[in-house]
Each structure stands twice: as C-alpha cells, then as structure tokens.
Design a protein around this ligand. Sequence first.
Ligand code: MD3
Ligand code: FE
Length: 225
Amino acid sequence: MTGVRKLHDATIGDLFAGERRGGAERLAEGATLLRGFAAAEAAALVAAVGTVVADAPFRHMVTPGGYRMSVAMTNCGDAGWVTDRRGYRYDPADPETGRPWPAMPVVFSALATRAAAAGGFPGFAADACLVNRYEPGSRLSLHQDRNERDYAQPIVSVSLGLPATFLFGGLERSDRPRRFRLESGDVVVWGGPSRLVFHGVDTLADGDHPVTGRCRINLTLRKAR
Ligand code: MD3
Ligand code: FE
C-alpha cells in the first residue's frame, strides 16, 4: 500500500470515528442505519408481504384533510395504522373488511428484535407493522410518528426494492432535513431523542428491482400499544 493511500484511509477513518461501528452508522443520537442488515432475507420478507396482502390488500388511504395518499398501505400484527376523514389512529381491525389484520409473520418480528438490539434497544417486541408501497412518483411528506402509546419504544424500518431518498429532519418541522439514500435490505432503528424527529420520503424514481419489480416496499415495525 502506498503512503498516500495509507494517509487517505487514516483520514477517512478519523472523519468517521464514532460514526461507524461494524456496519452500523449512527445518524443521530438514537438513530442507527444498519446497511444491508436484511439483505439476505429480502426475498423472504417480500414473500411474507405477499401473504399479508392476500388477506389485507394494499389501499390508498385518505388523510383527515381529504387527500389521497400516494403511498399504498396495509398492516399486520395486533393493530394497524390507519387514516381517514376521522383522523389517524391504530385499529385492531382492517376498516375495509372489519376483520383483524393478518398475523405478523415471524420473519418480521424476529428481524425487528435483532435489529433493535443492534441499534441499542434490546428486548424490543413489535406488535404492529405498517407496510408501505411506493410506486414511481409516490412520496411521503415530512411528518412525525405520534400515534403510538410509548415514545420510549423504538421504531424499526426495513427498506425493500427500489432505492429511495429519505428525509431526516429535526424536532421542528422547519428544521432543514438531511437526505439519505436507502437501499434494499437497509434497516434503520429510530429511538431515544430521534424518535419524534420529522421525516419523510422524496418522490420515488422509476426503476426495476429484482426483488420487488417497479416499487419500493417499506416495513415499519412498532410497539403501538
Ligand atoms: C424517524 N415511513 O410509515 S421509514 C412511516 O420509508 C414512515 O415508508 C417511511 O415514515 C417509509 O411513518 C420512513 C423510516 C422512519 C420511520 C419512523 C420514524 C423514520 C422515523 C419515526 C421517527 C423518526
Ligand atoms: Fe413516519
């Protein structure tokens, strides 16, 4: 190795000291990006989404303000996140059918527990999973996740399929967001002081992915109640 290369590596190493540890990147206090953490399981996770969707199909929900969301959603687990003209909430039943949401696949809950532990939250047990499907042109505007009972519980998010630009803001809506590219198999754990930050997803670019085809799927695993 040349002296120049060694110097370069040492500089990069110093720049990221305290930020990267064994593939984990600390985005902010309590927020950890685990690049590729679910890559080996991506196909199995997408297959499990197929079993959920067979029972509770993707649908475009309406916001309390009357806007149709560009992201299609469904849920599994003990409760599902829903929105309609009456507001945002968790519901134990799918409002489209009146039936309970499908059970959470064990591949989801086991991954959430392992990822949360890697992000510094041992013993996490997700009881709800929101499944988001982004097609080209879909986006999720800046928001906070505030419908869960206990903000001490982290949220685990899993990206599958087409890459997206994630917007990671601050505790005020007006804080200018940082932008991160999230790829298939990336997992992010959001807890502690990062739990209530404003966040969103930029308009999805078109593409074709071997695991999902022309879309991105995001799983958000939560302890809702
Ligand atoms: C940061 N989903 O469903 S996951 C959502 O890619 C949501 O579908 C996005 O935001 C998606 O509510 C982003 C990343 C995420 C999820 C929850 C968070 C980031 C978060 C909660 C607090 C802070
Ligand atoms: Fe969110």
